[in-house]
Ligand binder design. Structure first.
Ligand code: URA
Length: 200
């Protein structure tokens, strides 16, 4: 097993460098079954980082996040409020596909979360959009209920975070689309206000 110690990647100064240093990771069992390590894609200087749960079959195949059916819906949701995939950074809580798309296990999250934290440290986003309860529960280390969590401005180590339904949940429950649209409209408003202060 190729165990990667923190000291080998902790000093990475760019996302590309970090990806190179960790993409052969076998610190959890998912390293044995994945086809591709899915680091994340988008703008290394993004003001918005979008965080899902874990790669699925299409993402594992292509090595990129949110490229399957849920991903296409995510692209549309972002575009509905004029975010392009190139302008934001998109990644997941864990970087390798769990077999049969099961939920990530605690040891898998524990092994992988330091990579996400380092990504966020390098990108320094102003906003995080967390997709689904797995994302927010993992980031904030407690259980949430979607109904009382979505649409609320949360804090993740000084970064403003919004939570909304995961696009895979929307494929099963299209009636939640309106809520998601409201959530991303609110995010867009906060993002625009922030861009205005950057220019001023
Ligand atoms: N679902 C996720 O949470 N992430 C992906 O990358 C694809 C589907």
């Amino acid at each position: 097993r190729n165990i990667i110690l923190r000291e080998t990647w902790d000093k990475a100064e760019t996302l590309a460098e970090l990806n190179n240093l960790i993409c052969d990771c076998h610190n959890c069992q998912l390293g044995d079954t994945r086809k591709n390590f899915v680091f994340g894609t988008g703008n290394p200087d993004a003001d918005l980082v979008v965080i899902g749960e874990a790669p699925g079959a299409d993402e594992d195949e292509q090595g990129a996040p949110f490229v399957g059916r849920a991903g296409q819906l995510l692209t549309k949701i972002l575009e509905s409020v004029n975010f392009s995939r190139d302008e934001v950074f998109i990644c997941n809580i864990i970087k390798c596909r769990p077999p049969a798309n099961r939920r990530p296990l605690v040891p898998e999250v524990d092994a992988c979360e330091p990579y996400l934290k380092k990504q966020i440290e390098l990108i320094k986003p102003k906003f995080i959009l967390a997709l689904g309860l797995t994302a927010v529960d993992t980031l904030l280390k407690k259980k949430h209920a979607m109904a009382s969590t979505r649409g609320q401005l949360m804090d993740y180590h000084g970064i403003q975070m919004l939570v909304t339904y995961h696009p895979a949940a929307l494929l099963r429950n299209p009636e939640w689309k309106r809520s998601v649209w409201e959530d991303v409209k609110y995010l867009r408003k906060l993002y625009d206000e922030y861009q205005a202060t950057k220019k001023a």
